[in-house]
Design a protein around this ligand. Structure first.
Ligand code: FPP
Length: 262
């Protein structure tokens, strides 16, 4: 295998990459195909990118596969996406398990039909001992919904006397958010298809993430596009509110140019 995949030094790699996989419908329309074909080719791109991410050595990859708002799409399209997810979970099971990948999910998965939820829960449990890479599927996921859910949990803790409002810090609040439990901080967000929006993805986690936008439609997104995004990221200076000079001093002390936390 050509090792363009190893073009970015490990010390400059993001640990956690999130992807808004956009453009399946436009990819299909521009070829005179039904939207469903775009999603099918999108699922192929998922396979390619997961494989590449694992080979590159990312710690975690989150794919925004179905948003809370996607339930409002035409029922046939929702059904097709659910069927694709089910197929993906069955077809990729062995490869995920054999490659040290741990599957997790974020979002209101109780809203998913049983024929998706069952293989999802099964593969999450079967892969729970893997620790080479986390593959997180954002399913029926919304950033606002997640933050609202955390606010509800914090409010409940205050009412029960387990927490007092004065002790709520960003860290305490984040501790009540489901995604934070397993995933490292989000370092890089990639959005395909030339759109420059967040679309209710990881609203909280994006606070200090780097953003990479590409014109490539998701079904065409491949290894080279992933490497290009990682190279772009590797050249960013992450300051987390500090000055360049402070960052340089901290980097010198840590012996690395990369910092993950403020
Ligand atoms: C956005 O494209 C894409 C989605 C809403 C679904 C993403 C789903 C997949 C990539 C396939 C299944 C996923 C897995 C994990 C197997 P769009 O339809 O909004 O495109 P458009 O903006 O061009 O219409």
């Amino acid at each position: 295998m050509a090792d363009e995949l190893l073009a970015v030094p490990a010390s400059r790699l993001p640990r956690h990459v999130g992807i808004i996989m956009d453009g399946n419908g436009r990819w299909a329309r521009s070829r005179g195909l039904p939207r469903e074909k775009g999603h099918e080719r999108g699922a192929d791109a998922v396979r390619t990118v997961v494989r590449a991410a694992r080979r590159i050595g990312l710690s975690a990859l989150t794919l925004f596969a179905f948003s809370s708002q996607n339930w409002d799409r035409p029922p046939e399209e929702v059904f097709h996406l659910m069927a694709l997810l089910r197929r993906y979970l069955h077809e990729e099971r062995e490869e995920i398990l054999d490659n040290g990948i741990r599957l997790v999910s974020v979002g209101q998965t109780d809203r998913l039909p049983a024929y998706v939820r069952a293989p999802l829960e099964d593969l999450k449990a079967a892969s729970a001992g893997n620790d080479d890479m986390i593959l997180c599927l954002a399913l029926s996921y919304g950033g606002r919904e997640t933050i609202t859910e955390a606010a509800r949990a914090v409010a409940r803790a205050c009412l029960d006397g387990r927490l007092s409002p004065e002790t709520i810090t960003p860290e305490v609040f984040e501790g009540h958010m489901a995604p934070s439990r397993l995933l490292p901080p989000l370092d890089l967000l990639i959005r395909t298809s030339g759109e420059h929006r967040i679309s209710n993805f990881f609203l909280w986690e994006l606070a200090y993430a780097e953003l990479h936008f590409t014109e490539t439609m998701w079904p065409d997104f491949g290894r080279e596009d992933l490497v290009a995004a990682l190279l772009d990221y590797s050249q960013r200076e992450r300051r987390f509110g500090r000055t360049s000079e402070q960052v340089a001093a901290l980097d010198g002390r840590a012996g690395t140019k990369r910092k993950d936390a403020p």
